[in-house]
Design a protein around this ligand. Structure first.
Ligand SMILES: [Cu+2]
Length: 67
């Protein structure tokens, strides 16, 4: 398990939060996901590589903010 921290653009509401959480958990159902909509910060404790988490979020149409 690793901690992955990603900044995501365009998170606005509970729906976005759910979409992001489900996108990550669809690839790792044991992941612990925290989404802070206000700051756009997504934190996941997961067995996935960081890039896998990025791709899961991008696949839902969200952009990753450059670090
Ligand atoms: Cu939303």
């Amino acid at each position: 398990m690793r901690d992955v921290e990603i900044s995501v653009e365009g998170l606005t509401c509970d729906h976005c939060e759910r979409v992001v959480r489900n996108a990550i958990m669809g690839r790792d159902k044991t992941a612990e996901v925290k989404v802070d909509v206000a700051s756009g910060r997504v934190h996941a404790r997961t067995k996935l590589e960081r890039q896998d988490v990025v791709e899961a979020i991008q696949a839902e149409g969200y952009r990753i903010r450059a670090a």
